[in-house]
Design a binder for this molecule. Structure first.
Ligand SMILES: Nc1nc2c([nH]c(=O)n2[C@H]2C[C@H](O)[C@@H](COP(=O)(O)OP(=O)(O)OP(=O)(O)O)O2)c(=O)[nH]1
Length: 131
């Protein structure tokens, strides 16, 4: 049976209406895909707590987690991901790519030009439908 993982992703928008995107490094699972920053929920954590922890660990900045955008499940070849995405805003620090190959602020209508992890596409479609 395929492994199930529960993952959270942050949709962080700046004051120019650009969204923070991160490129997974070549050694990560799902290497070289763009994603919303985040990671797996650990035992005892809420989704929002996990998201704040992951952003601090991987980008060295603090966020406030706001409303949920999407909750979707995607079956990859090797495992199944449940991805919950939330709007979030940076409350302190400038994001640094501590584990990712690249980080980029991208206009909403250009998100689909990046090679995003397939599980993220429903979240992106919701964002595109918002404005
Ligand atoms: N962070 C993140 N992961 C995503 C997204 N879309 C998507 O399919 N994934 C997948 C990629 C990975 O298989 C998994 C997240 O794992 P991860 O390696 O980033 O999580 P983590 O930081 O907790 O990793 P680790 O401590 O186990 O190394 O979810 C997304 O938008 N953000």
């Amino acid at each position: 049976m395929k492994k199930h993982i529960h993952v959270v992703g942050a949709i962080i928008e700046n004051d120019k209406n650009e969204i923070f995107c991160a490129l997974r490094n070549p050694h990560m699972v799902l290497a070289n895909y763009w994603e919303f920053p985040g990671g797996k929920i650990e035992v005892g954590e809420s989704s929002k707590q996990a998201l704040a922890r992951e952003i601090l660990e991987e980008f060295n900045c603090s966020i406030e987690v706001n409303e949920k955008v999407e909750d979707t499940t995607y079956e990859y070849k090797e495992f199944i991901v449940r991805l919950e995405t939330f709007k979030a805003s940076i409350i302190s620090g400038e994001p640094l790519a501590l584990e990712h190959t690249e980080i980029r602020w991208v206009a909403r209508h250009q998100l689909l030009e990046l090679n995003f992890a397939p599980a993220d596409i429903p979240s992106i479609k919701k964002l595109l439908a918002e404005k």
